[in-house]
Design a protein around this ligand. Structure first.
Ligand SMILES: Cc1cc2nc3c(=O)[nH]c(=O)nc-3n(C[C@H](O)[C@H](O)[C@H](O)COP(=O)(O)OP(=O)(O)OC[C@H]3O[C@@H](n4cnc5c(N)ncnc54)[C@H](O)[C@@H]3O)c2cc1C
Length: 454
């Protein structure tokens, strides 16, 4: 009997982490990852924040410790108002309570660490670059993917890790148009600066990262300043701004970075701007070339994360992209990978894979496991999205209102929430997630105890 074949579309954070879990939990499987990017540019740039739930997954893969010295590790977020008055210090993470600190790090470093593990692992994981998935078709017994270069491949199962604009998602939802990504009308704009350039304006020496809230959307509702490297000297700064669809002149933003800097200057540094000197100086002193923008998209979440015949499964942004305001997209992708890998290992081994048979997930028992996994992940997503929404509302400047009274109410609410530790408690729900323990709920303690990632 041929070894079981698994195809993964996309070698982003979800595709690589999933392949590593699968190769340990289903060691006989052959795993091929197809990626549209060239091997010379395997990752996107920018920085991300990884909370304890994300880091726990990376720890299970043996990657976390190598990342600690590569980024900025912290426990609390300092909340200030636009005048630089202290509002609250919010516990985001911490070894004593959550086992891990939070880590701000360049995305490409996390990606390379995963990639190195894939390459060093003497496992049958193969990455095929320059391959753009065009369509996917499943039968009762196999799934076939066709690429734009005319090549096709067939496997027992295929997992969509191809991000928010997923082609695979379109191939198996009933009405693909309903699941097209929609621009939310908000975008993040930001750049980079060094601590030495702006530290003198941090008058009370507030601990970083700083999250500041302003009175009105039109004059900037929020401004973040976040270290992201091991020395704590390299900072990223950004704001989330409403930018209606009609203003979709984004080609200009890419071609000429002065346009982005100008938007930031008009928003934060104009005459009469209510913003503090640290924010103004950060914008003024920053290099124009360092500016970037990220429009926020959303798509409808399908009822389940697998196809009718259970041969196509989706995870990460392909299944449930969310705006980055809550900093949980990658964390969700990692949680998906680990929980799915355990679910597939148990489903396949129960179905007799250990006796050498092909992967067959299209059985009542296989479907039952996938359905429980999918329901669990959708529930988790909803809880995290709720928190995300609260974070974006806070960043909107007076929760979207321009009234001074509303702004005062918001500032008090933030202060009170910080005092009562409510924001911290929300974090506990997010941070304490442990994929293996969670998966035991639908796979059974005994079944899951057989598996080790060593
Ligand atoms: C500005 C911004 C800030 C963020 N900040 C955070 C943060 O602080 N914390 C956090 O946890 N998350 C954050 N996120 C979210 C996080 O980046 C994503 O959730 C995460 O990268 C999703 O990983 P993925 O592998 O599912 O998708 P992706 O990273 O999008 O990877 C998809 C891969 O599939 C490939 N691909 C696409 N289409 C095809 C095709 N047709 N054929 C073959 N290959 C294809 C792509 O090239 C890519 O390599 C942020 C996102 C943004 C935009």
């Amino acid at each position: 009997m041929a070894p079981p074949k698994i195809i993964i579309i996309g070698s982003g954070l979800s595709g690589l982490s999933l392949s590593l879990f699968l190769t340990r939990l289903l060691p006989t499987a052959s795993i091929k990852i197809y990626e549209v990017r060239p091997s010379t540019h395997p990752s996107t740039s920018g920085t991300i924040n990884l909370t304890p739930n994300a880091l726990r997954v990376l720890d299970h893969l043996g990657i976390y410790k190598s990342l600690i010295p590569e980024g900025f590790n912290f426990d609390n977020l300092t909340l200030l108002n636009h005048q630089f008055d202290f509002l609250a210090s919010i516990p985001i993470a911490g070894v004593s309570e959550f086992e891990y600190q939070s880590l701000r790090i360049e995305r490409r470093i996390v990606h390379s660490a995963l990639l190195r593990k894939v390459l060093e692992h003497q496992s049958p994981i193969e990455i095929i670059y320059d391959s753009k998935c065009e369509r996917v078709e499943e039968s009762d017994t196999t799934v076939t993917v066709t690429f734009t270069n005319g090549v096709s491949d067939t496997a027992d199962i295929l997992i969509a890790c191809d991000g928010i604009h997923s082609t695979v998602r379109k191939s198996f939802v009933k009405d693909p148009k309903d699941f097209d990504p929609r621009y939310t009308g908000q975008m993040s704009i930001g750049g980079v600066i060094t601590k030495s350039q702006i530290q003198e304006y941090n008058v009370n020496n507030n601990p970083y990262p700083l999250m500041m809230f302003g009175p009105e959307s039109s004059t900037g509702g929020n401004f973040m300043i976040w270290p992201y490297d091991r020395s704590g000297d390299q900072f990223t700064f950004f704001t989330t701004l409403p930018k209606p669809d009609e203003e979709k002149d984004w080609k200009k933003y890419t071609e000429d970075k002065t346009v982005l800097k100008k938007i930031m200057q008009e928003t934060f540094c104009s005459d009469g701007s209510p913003w503090n000197e640290m924010v103004r100086k950060t914008v003024e002193l920053s290099e124009t070339e360092g500016y970037r923008f990220w429009p926020f998209y959303l798509h409808s979440i399908p009822e389940k994360f697998y196809s009718e015949k259970a041969r196509v499964i989706m995870i990460g942004d392909a299944a449930h992209a969310m705006p980055p305001s809550g900093g949980q997209g990658a964390a969700m992708a990692f949680e998906d990978s680990e929980t799915l890998a355990y679910s597939l290992a148990v489903a396949f081994n129960n179905a007799g894979l250990s006796n050498g048979s092909n992967l067959n997930i299209n059985t009542p028992q296989g479907q039952n496991i996938l359905s429980k996994w999918s329901d669990h992940r959708i529930q988790r997503m909803k809880a995290v999205q709720e928190m995300n929404k609260r974070m974006s509302d806070m960043r909107k400047g007076s929760s979207g209102s321009t009234s001074g009274v509303m702004f005062t109410v918001k500032v008090w609410a933030i202060w009170l929430l910080g005092l009562l530790g409510v924001l911290g408690r929300t974090r506990r729900v997010i941070n304490n997630y442990d994929a293996k323990k969670e998966a035991a709920a639908w796979l059974g303690e005994e079944a899951i105890a057989r598996y080790s990632l060593e």
